[in-house]
Ligand binder design. Structure first.
Ligand code: DGJ
Length: 730
């Protein structure tokens, strides 16, 4: 029989006498309140609006139905398994002695004020029988009403502890009904929204793709309480998991019709072994809650992201000309240098060289070969990257470059030399995604190799101004030769890959803290708030059809601020250049065209827009975003940005459907976020050469008027996109 140590016995006695502990975790508007029950288990007794008298929280627990007798199982803040709980666990382990049960009881907590705005509460939970502890962390950003939460699991057993499930967050909500707004997608079809009323049972959002984890389902969602929240009213939680790998978010409607949320790394094929005294830190679950609709929740997230998460979120960005759609793999030095001139003529800050510049034995002339061999292709670029950087500088633009350092084509020298670096099942046929395979980032040698690619480029070309980091394949046959060699379980690969990726990015940022980097993944197959610690922006989608983009950018915009979203004007669709440009302008603008192919008017138009963008970019990048007209419910979309001082604003209006009569578009659109007492002038910008505006320029409106009566941008099938600049009249 197992001996129970004296300390554990004493703890048991202490628990009998334990008093009720209430822990409010608050932001300026909201509270998550936890309370111990008679058995010293910690449950959630309130989630939502905070009370002005925090002493009143103590009483909530007494009236809770789900907190009595043996029903106290549902509202646990970190649900263990194999003991008293029979619902979806947050925590499941296999102890050294083979036992599968777990229990977590409250031990202590503390709150540390990091600064005026940020506080961190940590709560220590322990299994009274086994020496395993879990510390739950809650970091609150008061002004932004954002809460970041994660857990640290510590093994104090003498042998290995196997983590079978190790969630980041376990929350509990009480409401009449719950409505989930979530997404599905694929290449060129990112962020397709779905709305569903949650019913009894479990609804799961998850990924098992390894790399490019959010290709089919992103870890972002909005959860409405009681009824569907709208832009400006309703109770809604906007949540996301900051993890660039497999994730699982469960929404379990329990037998009280309340909702349990469990979010974290996907336990699928991911048992993780902790040796004695080792600990495991889970990724962060990030959420914000609003009782004033999706717009406010989204604004909270933007404010938080720019200030605390996105790399250089409060800084500037470079406009650029990319050659991907302009040349694909077919280019040489002459072609590229002529594009530099186009970039300058257009008026962008930088030229970005995309895929196809490397590999010699198996030249990268298509997506079938060369990936992994990061030496300049001598035929295409006889004078190397250094020459291109110099030529770009001479032409008056900066130079950036594309890499896909995590991947390898089987047709490459790297594959021939380092088969053991490749993720593949040694005894099974390889399965490819875009003719390539991921490298094994669990392996420190591979981490060095990946870091080396970037380090080498920067060392040889210190003026390199930008990196586009791509990742085009998912992970089939998840097997690591490194884990095999080091006798570690294969089930750690999915997690160790992501940890390895972060290690590399950490090293890159330690040495090159400032260089802007675009997170790209065959379009938008990878974007999350952990990766965005290292990246300044992300590629929304390869689909640059502006009509599709209106919808996609609308959905992405709930979670990520405009400064992070790369929108390029390309020739993907034959919609006129004005509509394409106006749509790209509501984020971080770029081009992917051959400038010399623009006619005179198109060029003049684009040059003027870039000047307008220079004038408005601060407002778009750092201002508040308001969604005015939802294209999913109307025949058009309207989006507005307002700067801090409320003396500049810009309104983007896009016709999205013209099959029916356009009468509904003749009505005014009420602006938001202006100062009611300020006077404003409105002016249509981005006019196509030879056209004139129907908007009268000399009317002076009060902010109150524009927000109460509204303003009609006159979108019609002859004016399919209309951009309005609004400035204070002083
Ligand atoms: C996928 C990206 O999304 C594209 O923008 C481009 O960089 C290609 N990869 C290059 O192979």
């Amino acid at each position: 029989m197992r001996k129970i140590p004296l300390l554990v016995l004493l703890m048991g006695i202490f628990e009998l006498k334990a008093q009720t502990i209430t822990i409010p975790i608050e932001t300026s508007q909201n509270a998550l309140v936890l309370q111990t029950d008679k058995d010293n288990r910690l449950g959630i007794i309130h989630f939502g609006k905070k009370l002005s008298q925090s002493s009143e929280y103590v009483t909530i627990g007494q009236s809770l139905k789900y907190n009595d007798n043996n029903a106290g199982i549902y509202n646990s803040i970190y649900t263990p398994s194999g003991s008293w709980s029979l619902v979806e666990p947050a925590f499941e382990v296999l102890h050294t002695d083979g036992n599968t049960s777990s229990e977590l009881k409250y031990v202590s907590h503390q709150t540390q004020k990091i600064d005026e705005n940020v506080s961190q509460t940590s709560i220590l939970l322990k299994d009274p029988i086994y020496p395993v502890e879990v510390t739950l962390f809650f970091k609150t950003y008061a002004k932004e009403n954002v809460m970041e939460q994660w857990s640290v699991i510590k093994n104090q057993e003498k042998g290995n502890l196997i983590l079978k499930k190790y969630a980041s967050a376990n929350l509990y909500f009480v409401a009449k009904d719950f409505y989930l707004h979530h997404y599905h997608g694929g290449w060129a079809k990112e962020m397709k929204p779905e709305d569903t009323k949650l019913t009894a049972g479990i609804k799961t959002l998850d990924s098992k793709l390894g790399t490019r984890a959010n290709l089919f389902q992103p870890p972002t969602f909005m959860l409405s309480f009681d009824r569907q929240a709208n832009e400006d009213d309703g109770k809604v939680l906007l949540g996301t998991l900051a993890w660039s790998g497999n994730f699982k978010i469960d929404f379990e409607k329990d037998s009280y019709q309340n909702l349990r949320l469990i979010a974290g790394i996907n336990p699928f094929a991911s048992e993780y072994t902790l040796a004695a005294n080792e600990e495991f830190k889970t990724p962060s679950f990030i959420q914000t809650y609003s009782e004033n609709g999706k717009g406010e929740a989204s604004k909270n997230m933007h404010n938080w992201a720019r200030k605390y998460r996105l790399l250089d979120g409060e800084g500037s960005r470079l406009t650029l000309l990319n050659n991907w759609e302009a040349t694909y793999f077919d280019f040489d030095e002459t072609k590229l240098t002529s594009l530099f001139k186009g970039a300058k003529e257009l008026g962008v800050d930088m030229f970005l060289l995309d895929d196809g510049w490397f590999a010699n034995k198996y030249p990268r002339n298509g997506d079938v070969a060369g990936l992994g061999d990061w030496q300049e292709n001598k035929k295409k670029l006889p004078n190397g990257i250094g020459y291109l950087v110099k030529e770009a500088t001479k032409a008056g633009v900066k130079f950036g470059i594309w890499v896909e350092p995590e991947m390898v084509n089987p047709k490459s020298e790297l594959y021939e030399k380092h088969l053991d670096w490749v993720i593949r099942e040694p005894n099974r046929p390889e399965t490819y995604f875009r003719n390539q395979l991921p490298l094994d980032l669990a392996n420190p040698e591979v981490q060095d190799f990946v870091f080396g690619i970037l380090d080498d480029l920067f060392t040889k070309n210190p003026e390199l101004a930008f990196i586009k980091w791509d990742c085009n394949a998912v992970t089939y046959n998840a097997h690591s030769m490194y884990l095999e060699r080091t006798k570690k379980p294969q089930t750690q690969l999915y997690v160790d890959y992501v940890k390895g990726l972060y290690k590399v990015l950490e090293r890159i940022r330690a040495k090159y803290p400032k260089v802007p980097m675009m997170l790209c993944s065959g379009g938008g197959g990878r974007v999350d708030y952990e990766a965005l610690k290292y990246f300044t922006e992300f590629w929304v989608s390869d689909n640059t059809d502006p009509l599709e983009r209106v919808f996609m950018q609308w959905e992405y915009s709930y979670y990520y601020p405009a400064i992070a979203q790369c929108n390029h004007i390309t020739d993907w669709s034959n919609v006129g250049i004005k509509y394409r440009t106006d749509v790209a302008m509501m984020g971080k603008m770029g081009y992917d065209i051959v400038v010399s192919k623009l006619d005179e008017k198109e060029l003049l138009f684009s040059q003027n827009v870039l000047k307008n963008y220079k004038n408005l970019k601060e407002t778009i990048w750092h201002g508040d975003m308001y969604r005015l007209v939802n294209p999913f419910e109307n025949q058009m979309a309207s989006v507005q940005f307002v700067n801090d001082k409320k003396d500049q604003s810009v309104m983007f209006n896009y016709l999205t459907e013209n099959r029916y009569d356009l009468n509904s578009l003749l009505s005014n659109i009420k602006l938001k976020g202006l100062d009611a007492n300020k006077k404003y002038k409105v002016k249509e910008i981005n006019l196509y050469p030879g056209t004139s505006s129907t908007i009268k320029e000399n009317i002076i409106y009060s902010g109150e008027y524009l927000m109460t009566i509204g303003f009609n941008p006159s979108v019609s099938n002859r004016r399919t996109s209309v951009v309005i600049e609004i400035n204070e009249v002083k």
